[in-house]
Write a protein that binds this ligand. Structure first.
Ligand code: G3P
Length: 214
């Protein structure tokens, strides 16, 4: 399973990239706003750090605006993936951008039928939101998995990105069912590294080593 980092924070991206376990980054308007920096400069810097897909989202809601913004974003760096919300205009914009060879990540996907339409439009990535589905009483990862089944049944190009990942159990379940990509907050990546028995084990090894006067 590929792991993308779901953040626009440069320090977090640098640290995760240094460890060598992330293959891409996803941003959204909320994450960009949180950093308080220029949007285009930020995504350009992220591309130069990760050398993998970096999702940058359009703000326009009409397809003409989405296509125009998408082209501007794609021109920033070869790693930019244009993120487009799932709406009728979003799907039309996806078809048009994909026809020009621009990678699109269709976001705010909440059902397998939406995933099917995004795949048909030529999306490179489709992002169902696990946590927000959990929030309204669904099993988010189950629906992410259904989205991936729909795409795999017909050999569409799109990769599924499990988004709105809130905790390590989400990541484990994604890996268990073979989701293509999980995009995760930095905090969750750090939590994945921790196990109290690992810490206890290291302490015990060092204690024994020191007792033996090595
Ligand atoms: O990848 C989408 C993600 O940033 C949304 O997460 O926790 O706001 O639902 P959340």
């Amino acid at each position: 399973m590929k792991i993308f980092l779901d953040t626009a924070n440069i320090d977090e991206i640098r640290e995760a990239a240094d460890i060598g376990v992330i293959e891409g980054v996803t941003t959204n308007p909320s994450l960009i706003a949180k950093e308080g920096r220029d949007f285009k400069a930020t995504v350009k810097e992220i591309c130069e750090i990760v050398h993998g897909p970096v999702s940058a989202e359009v703000i326009a809601l009409d397809w003409e605006g989405m296509v125009a913004e998408g082209k501007e974003l794609a021109a920033i760096n070869e790693y930019i993936v244009v993120k487009v919300p799932f709406t009728k205009d979003g799907i039309k914009a996806t078809s048009m951008l994909a026809a020009e060879g621009i990678d699109v990540n269709v976001t705010l996907v909440f059902s397998p039928n939406q995933a099917l339409l995004a795949a048909k439009a030529g999306a490179a990535f489709i992002s169902p939101f696990a946590g927000r589905l959990d929030d309204i009483g669904h099993d988010g990862i189950e629906i992410v998995s259904q989205c991936q089944d729909v795409v795999l049944n017909y050999d569409y190009e799109a990769e599924i990105i499990a988004a709105s990942i809130r905790h390590t159990e989400h990541v484990r379940r994604c890996a268990e069912v073979g989701i293509d990509v999980a995009t995760i907050p930095f905090k969750v990546l750090m939590q994945m590294m921790k196990h109290p028995l690992t810490d206890i084990g290291i302490d015990k090894f060092l204690e024994d080593w020191n007792k033996a006067n090595q």
